[in-house]
Design a protein around this ligand. Structure first.
Ligand SMILES: *Cc1c(COP(=O)(O)O)cnc(C)c1O
Length: 492
């Protein structure tokens, strides 16, 4: 399988190189040229357990690794690390199915990919005979940061710096990051929003990759964001896993189409769904669910991507994003025209907007349905879903529940619907308590207790215990200081 940059066919990489580097040298994203000829037969995967399924799919997407190597990496990443042995359980809720992706060590769907990424990276480093240590730079809208810090904690030969928007993550998300131990991990607030942080990280890649200061320290840069193919590939697994669950429960026959509703920010999770579809899994529509930052909803309806609009801080902060990086891969895979992608991305950089050709928009509309909702609807949905079904969901998942409602109303001939649940409700206790109509005084932990008393769902200990943990990372810097910070503060 050939992997190229979305912006130039001349830039090629093996899958190990793509994982190791994170971002292509021209600023594009590493992407498989084609996903349909990988020799994956989904029917043979459906009866396998999560680990066996993951090893096969990851091996197809990252063929630098043999099946034996991948089985070993998968086992090290997942065995005993998640609440349930099947890693990503599915739960019938009303007439739909919820795919729970938050049963990992930090309560976020990012755990699925970030549990294995450190193992993939260190294995890729060996495969490529790279001597330098790896410095991971990551921008986070809240969840990637903690999941990546936990994944890389004390992994030899790696260090990680996480940049998060000051005031732009939930208080619990912030506490999770600033209390994370490990001598090679750091979190730093930047004075800007997520888009600023992500742009700063991408710029640092460009400016620092060949920098003498890094060479002297024996460091090369990589990324734990979903711009890294090694982040994306593990996310395809749970689409297959969920499909297998539906077959096992007799809700569908093998071959029936299933629709997936995905709370979306950087377009990584939903792109993994598209990967799964291209690899042969019978997926009908992918529903792109956005909060009030509805740049993707508009784009998928009109073909015009325009980030020149107000930025809202919402109660689903991990989706407060106006520049969805992975859309670039989606567009490339739909048109296979790297020149067009390079042109569109340059326009986005210069003017903040672009417009795709009509033929491309038609393809996108066939694949996706887009819907969005504001904070008020989100909180109402948390209450409505709990009252109607007894299911407790976080605000990001609530956005998906509301998008599913809009989708089913607009498309009565829809297929069975799977809603991706991306975070533990206890990461966003203030919004969840409000949605449930619990009026309570006090801090995040008081809200957690009120929710637990009302719903009977236990507070995950790793969130409840945050109250007692000392803060370890309290730096706050202006955006203009990111590169200096990286050069001076990096610890391995
Ligand atoms: C990151 C995140 C999302 C968005 O996923 P993308 O891959 O960025 O589209 C949704 N919900 C939660 C809770 C997240 O942490």
């Amino acid at each position: 399988m050939q992997i190229i940059s979305t912006r130039s066919e001349a830039i090629e990489a093996t899958s190990a190189e793509a994982v190791l580097r994170g971002l292509a040298p021209d600023g594009g994203l590493y992407c498989p040229r084609s996903l349909s000829d990988m020799g994956v037969d989904y029917k043979q995967l459906l009866d396998m357990d999560f680990e066996a399924m993951a090893a096969r799919l990851l091996c197809a997407l990252l063929p630098s690794f043999s099946l034996e190597e991948m089985e070993e990496l998968v086992h090290r990443a997942y065995a005993g690390k998640f609440e349930t042995a099947d890693v990503t359980p599915t739960v019938p809720v009303g007439e739909d199915t919820v795919l729970e992706l938050f049963r990992g060590p930090t309560g976020a769907f990012k755990d699925v990919a970030l549990s294995i990424l450190p193992h993939l990276l260190t294995a890729a480093r060996e495969k490529c005979h790279q001597k330098e240590d790896i410095l991971i730079l990551t921008a986070t809208s809240g969840d990637t940061g903690k999941a990546a810090m936990a994944g890389f904690e004390d992994v030899p030969g790696t260090g990680i710096i996480v940049f998060y928007p000051q005031g732009g993550v939930s208080p619990v998300q912030r506490l999770q990051m600033v209390t994370q131990p490990g001598k090679n991990v750091q979190a730093c607030a930047v004075m800007g929003n997520f888009d600023d942080a992500q742009t700063g990280v991408k710029k640092a890649f460009g400016d620092l990759s060949g920098a003498a200061a890094l060479k002297e320290k024996g460091l090369v840069l990589s990324s734990a964001n979903s711009i890294n193919l090694g982040r994306l590939a593990p996310q395809t697994v749970y689409y297959f896993k969920a499909y297998g669950d539906l077959v096992r429960r007799g809700q569908i026959q093998v071959g029936d189409l299933v629709d997936f509703v995905v709370p979306t920010g950087n377009f990584g999770d939903i792109l993994a769904g598209f990967f799964a579809k291209q690899m042969g899994l019978p997926i009908g529509k992918l529903v792109c669910a956005s909060n009030q930052n509805d740049v993707l909803t508009d784009f998928l309806r009109t073909g015009v991507y325009d980030r020149n609009r107000p930025f809202f801080r919402t109660c689903s902060p991990s989706m407060d994003i106006l520049i969805s990086s992975n859309l670039e891969r989606m567009l490339y895979l739909c048109c296979e025209d790297t020149q067009l992608i390079a042109h569109l991305m340059e326009e986005l950089k210069q003017t903040g907007r672009y417009d795709v050709p009509a033929g491309l928009l038609i393809k996108l509309k066939r694949l996706f349905f887009a819907a969005s909702c504001d904070d008020e609807q989100t909180k109402k949905t948390i209450g409505r879903v709990f009252r109607k079904t007894g299911y407790l969901c976080d605000p990001h998942t609530a956005v998906a529940f509301e998008a599913a409602r809009q989708y089913k109303a607009a498309c009565p001939d829809h297929h069975p619907v799977v809603i991706l649940s991306t975070a533990s409700p206890y990461k966003f206790p203030a919004a969840v308590a409000e949605g449930l109509g619990l009026c309570c005084e006090g801090d995040e932990f008081a809200h957690m207790e009120a929710i637990e008393n009302h719903t009977g769902r236990p507070i995950p200990p790793f969130l409840g215990n945050l109250r007692q943990m000392p803060p370890l990372h309290e730096d706050v810097i202006p955006l203009s200081d990111m590169e200096r910070y990286i050069l001076e503060e990096a610890r391995l």
